[in-house]
Design a protein around this ligand. Structure first.
Ligand code: GZL
Length: 311
């Protein structure tokens, strides 16, 4: 009877014994806050004991957290890597301890045997979609673009820039005249946009491409403070599709955003449970969807749906 009982124990019963460490970047954006909320919920739904560490956007704090998880002998580690480089040594330590690591929403420049899988969107594709939106919107007319980059050295900042440049290449009417990091935050997005407006003159800026909505929302305030109409005098396209981006589009202050699901943990924990239960190896990349939203969508309704999801 005992053998029978063990043989039919459902995976969820197995998951109840799991302890997983989560090294989260911080809470730099509404999207990041939502990812944290959703990850905690996904773990709770599975009866997983989640140990949460907020790194305040510092890589050294993430490395410390990973070392602590290894010392505690957790069953697995979730890592949202703030930047792409500098992980090899600590990921080797996790590997030596037979602790699988799953990357969330960003990737690392490390040999892929150092992590089980990465759950991310196609970050280059997101940049391409943003660039193509502007190509279509301008329809051949000249447009001087300013760009708010994400955190320097992070895979989204690198890849979203690459994708956007690919999309506008060959369209000589489109030119990026200023590009600087706003570190994915509203406050820095506002400050850097103020410097762009001062340096270029608001009347000489046609569009803003921001690597996330939070920097775009900060920039909207700077554009308004300069007496200009965001979404009209200066077109704005960004990424994440957080509630406030849908609200800004509904209000005509922003033009387009590309959705990034905050639920990377669901696929990550599914892959980990299968791997830990019976060695099932997931693909190295589990890709999440990206969807463009514009003023043609019912952004007010979408805002209402998303506003209580923990952003
Ligand atoms: C992208 C993710 C980015 C979000 C930002 O996958 O890493 O980090 O787009 C967040 O909002 O700061």
């Amino acid at each position: 009877l005992l053998a029978g009982a063990i043989a039919f124990a459902p995976v969820t019963a197995f998951a109840a014994d799991l302890t997983i460490g989560f090294s989260q970047i911080g809470s730099e954006s509404g999207w990041r806050a939502a990812e944290t909320t959703v990850t905690k919920q996904e773990a709770a739904d599975r009866g997983i004991n989640l140990k949460f560490a907020d790194a305040q956007q510092k890589q050294e704090n993430q490395i410390k957290a990973i070392r602590s998880f290894v010392a505690q002998g957790v069953d697995a580690i979730l890592l949202a890597p703030v930047v792409a480089t500098g992980w090899d040594e600590v990921l080797e330590e996790a590997k030596d301890a037979d602790i699988p690591v799953v990357l969330l929403d960003r990737t690392v420049d490390a040999p892929d045997d150092l992590y089980l899988t990465a759950v991310t969107s196609d970050l280059v594709h997101e940049g391409r979609v943003a660039g193509q939106w502007l190509v279509d919107e301008m329809d051949g007319a000249d447009c001087r673009i300013v760009e708010l980059q994400g955190t320097t050295g992070s895979s989204p900042a690198i890849d979203r820039k690459t994708g956007f440049e690919e999309a506008i290449a060959g369209h000589d009417n489109l030119e990026i005249v200023r590009s600087q990091t706003g570190d994915f935050t509203r406050s820095k997005g506002k400050v850097v946009m103020e410097s762009f407006l001062k340096a270029e003159g608001g009347e000489n800026i046609c569009a803003l491409y921001a690597h996330n909505d939070d920097m775009a929302v900060g920039a909207i305030q700077a554009i308004k403070d300069a007496g200009l109409n965001p979404g009209d005098d200066i077109l704005i396209v960004a990424i994440d599709a957080v509630p406030d981006a849908h609200l800004a589009i509904a209000n005509g202050d922003m033009n387009a955003t590309i959705e990034l699901t905050p639920n990377m943990a669901g696929p990550a924990l599914d892959a980990l449970e299968a791997y830990l239960a019976d060695g099932t190896t997931p693909p190295k990349w589990i890709q999440t969807e990206s969807k463009l939203f514009t003023a043609a969508d019912d952004n007010q309704a979408i805002y209402e749906q998303k506003k209580d999801l923990g952003y």
